[in-house]
Design a protein around this ligand. Structure first.
Ligand SMILES: [Zn+2]
Length: 87
């Protein structure tokens, strides 16, 4: 991750340990993913719960890099508002 935004020079690491809070955002993403896929597959399509649980873990592992970055980006956007780039 860049220390400063290459476009507007915004400080992307405002303090040490700033991104620890993004773990909670990441947890919310994983929980929402598990609940939504459960609702669709098990409740909606009557998939067996065992198949759901066996399939859930590899998909969560595959989504880890995406959720990691998305959680950091979400956490940063809570505290730092984007500035319009000057032309
Ligand atoms: Zn920027």
């Amino acid at each position: 991750m860049h220390e400063r935004c290459p476009h507007c020079d915004e400080n992307l690491i405002p303090e040490p340990g700033f991104y620890w809070g993004s773990m909670f955002v990441s947890y919310a993403f994983y929980t929402a993913y598990a609940l939504i896929t459960f609702w669709i597959l098990v409740t909606g399509l009557n998939l067996d719960l065992d198949y759901y649980l066996v399939g859930l873990i590899p998909t969560l592992l595959l989504l880890t890099p995406y959720f990691f970055r998305l959680a950091r980006r979400t956490w940063l956007s809570i505290f730092i508002k984007p500035r319009p780039h000057s032309a």
